[in-house]
Ligand binder design. Structure first.
Ligand SMILES: Nc1ncnc2c1ncn2[C@@H]1O[C@H](COP(=O)(O)OP(=O)(O)O)[C@@H](O)[C@H]1O
Ligand SMILES: [Mg+2]
Length: 212
């Protein structure tokens, strides 16, 4: 199988991190060696990007993080990850599995916070030119269900603390992105049991990979 960049997207508690193991297992089924699979997460995945992750998630009370500053921090972290980790692994023939990528920016900073799409795409082109994943897996969870799961995981970070309407707008943006990219995306109903979600994901991913 040729190298691929597969991204798992979705709201808080959608089951993205949980889905990663299932995605991995399907690639193994298709004959990929475990050593040829690279996991990354955003924001993060390089030493510098992990430092930026902490800045982005920190709910500090001495200064407000301006929406556009937040957007740029995400893109600095993403650029470091793409250029220093993702692209070299793709050139080496690996399957790279990403936990979030640019759809999260469009959904959260665009749909959620209201930063105009044009600003986001301008910044994207400055940051990573036309670099794009080969496949997006959208774990579609009801925001109420997802936030409940995220709460069960522990204390909420600065973004997880946003109100429900923010996540409802973010979900709508994700759904638009899916609609605009039918050939590059899989949508999984992420509201069901772990087993139900896992089997839908596996069926759809197998089907996609048969045709690449
Ligand atoms: N389908 C599911 N049903 C019930 N709990 C789930 C399901 N998927 C994930 N979880 C649990 O919900 C929490 C959030 O899942 P996680 O994979 O961390 O979501 P994300 O990475 O999208 O925020 C975890 O504790 C996980 O075990
Ligand atoms: Mg996660």
């Amino acid at each position: 199988m040729k190298s691929m960049f597969v991204v798992i997207e979705g709201l808080e508690g959608a089951g993205k991190t949980t889905a990663r193991e299932q995605v991995k297992s399907i690639f193994l089924e298709f004959g990929v060696e475990p050593s040829d699979i690279k996991d990354v997460r955003e924001p993060g995945g390089t030493p510098l990007s992990e430092t930026l992750r902490n800045i982005i998630k920190d709910d500090r009370d001495d200064e407000t993080l301006v929406d556009v500053s937040e957007l740029m921090l995400f893109y600095v972290a993403r650029t470091q990850l793409v250029v220093n980790v993702i692209q070299p692994h793709l050139r080496a023939g690996c399957i790279v599995i990403g936990d979030r990528h640019d759809w999260s920016t469009i959904a959260y900073q665009g749909g959620g916070r209201g930063v105009p799409k044009e600003k986001i795409s301008l910044l994207k082109s400055i940051a990573i030119d036309d670099f794009e994943p080969d496949l997006y897996i959208f774990m579609d969870v009801d925001p109420v269900v997802g936030l409940e799961r995220a709460r069960g995981r522990g204390a909420l970070d600065r973004i997880e603390k946003m109100d429900l309407s923010f996540f409802i707008r973010a979900r709508e943006s994700f759904l638009e992105l899916v609609k605009e990219n039918p050939r590059k995306s899989i949508t999984v109903d992420a509201n069901g049991s772990l087993d139900a979600v896992s089997s839908e994901l596996k069926i759809k991913l197998r089907e996609f990979l048969k045709h690449v």
